[in-house]
Design a protein around this ligand. Structure first.
Ligand SMILES: Nc1ncnc2c1ncn2[C@@H]1O[C@H](COP(=O)(O)OP(=O)(O)O)[C@@H](O)[C@H]1O
Ligand SMILES: [Mg+2]
Length: 326
């Protein structure tokens, strides 16, 4: 498989009250062409900062270290002009809230056509044709008339489809979707997930899908990266991870997915919360304060991410007897 993205030792520090705090640490993973990879973890784990580092869109109060190789080129070392050329053409991003990407004053179709013209020399008519074609592909069937409608005339799900059109109109090699369905209601959420799956199949779109909800990520992705407190704590094929989660945090995320059995009942949620940046302890396991299995070793040092049975896990107990019993 051709490798598209190769992230090595990515760290992101953010400025808070005059001090820099590490919000993303030692993050490394690869994405091959045509893959759908999921990045999952609770809010505050560093998923969005990871995505923004790839896009070169970090806020001014954040700084990244490490390497983000895209087709062998380090994106962290691009100039602003170079970033503008690659953004949208090579990698696109879709955020949770469609209105962050849409201009309320411009008809939606025209916004897609303008995104097309950013990276193509063509006439307005060609751009309109491309936009309408893309709108049809994402299931906006009233495409020609919808072209002239304004964002406020569209439902949330339709707006997110328009944003996906803008992200895909230049056929980027990689689509990053950061919580793309979190603001939508459940039925619409399902339709957008189905759309992303279909775009992966029909356009061979490579997707990095980010969500706090493992139940959503598992629907779309063939490989999972689990992030906790700025670190990758588990990685593996989706089916493997679901069948045999190795990290206690992954097991807790799994237990929080609504199922046919527990629907309607109070959903299990993981006790406690991810430590805020100024309360993190670099020399113990980051999950030790919330882990029911934690033993002395977990409070004595920080575990490394290690390979185990073709997967990766950052837990002292994984693979040992202790983990089999829990
Ligand atoms: N611009 C910023 N300034 C200060 N802290 C930030 C900034 N952006 C994110 N953070 C902090 O970094 C951590 C990771 O944030 P984020 O990547 O948004 O997490 P996630 O997307 O997993 O919810 C959080 O603790 C968040 O509060
Ligand atoms: Mg986020």
């Amino acid at each position: 498989m051709e490798q598209l993205l190769d992230i090595q030792g990515l760290s992101v520090e953010v400025l808070n009250g005059g001090r820099y705090y590490k919000a993303v640490e030692q993050v490394g993973f690869q994405i091959g062409k045509g893959e759908t990879v999921g990045l999952v973890g609770e809010s505050g784990c560093g998923k969005s900062l990871t995505a923004l580092s790839i896009m070169g869109l970090l806020p001014e109060t954040a700084r990244a270290g490490g390497r983000v190789l895209f087709r062998g080129r380090d994106l962290l070392s691009l100039t602003e002009e170079e970033k503008c050329v690659f953004r949208g053409r090579d990698i696109s991003i879709v955020f949770q809230e469609p209105m962050t990407a849409l201009n309320p004053l411009v008809p939606v179709g025209r916004q897609i056509a303008e995104a097309f013209l950013l990276h193509h020399t063509g006439s307005r008519a060609e751009a309109r044709e491309a936009a309408i074609g893309m709108m049809r592909q994402v299931g906006l069937s009233r495409a020609p008339s919808l072209y002239w409608e304004y964002p406020h005339q569209l439902s949330g799900g339709m707006k997110q489809r328009v944003v996906i059109c803008m992200a895909l109109i230049n056929r980027p090699a990689l689509l990053i979707a950061d919580e793309p369905t979190t603001a939508l209601d459940v039925t619409i959420q399902f339709q957008i997930l189905e759309l992303i799956r279909q775009l992966n199949r029909t356009l061979s779109a490579t997707v990095l899908f980010i969500s706090h909800d493992l139940g959503v990520v598992k629907e779309v992705c063939s490989r999972l990266l689990v992030m906790y407190a700025g670190l990758i704590v588990e990685e593996g094929g989706t089916e493997d991870v679901l069948r045999h989660p190795m990290h206690p945090y992954t097991r807790q995320l799994l237990a929080s997915i609504p199922t046919a059995q527990n629907r309607g009942r109070d959903l299990y949620s993981i006790p406690g919360a991810v430590a805020p940046l100024d309360k993190r302890k670099p020399d113990v396991c980051p999950f030790s304060d919330r882990c029911a299995q934690a033993s002395a070793v977990c409070f004595s040092a920080a575990p490394a991410l290690r390979g185990l049975n073709g997967r990766r896990v950052r837990c002292f107990l994984a693979g040992g007897e202790a983990i089999e019993r829990c």
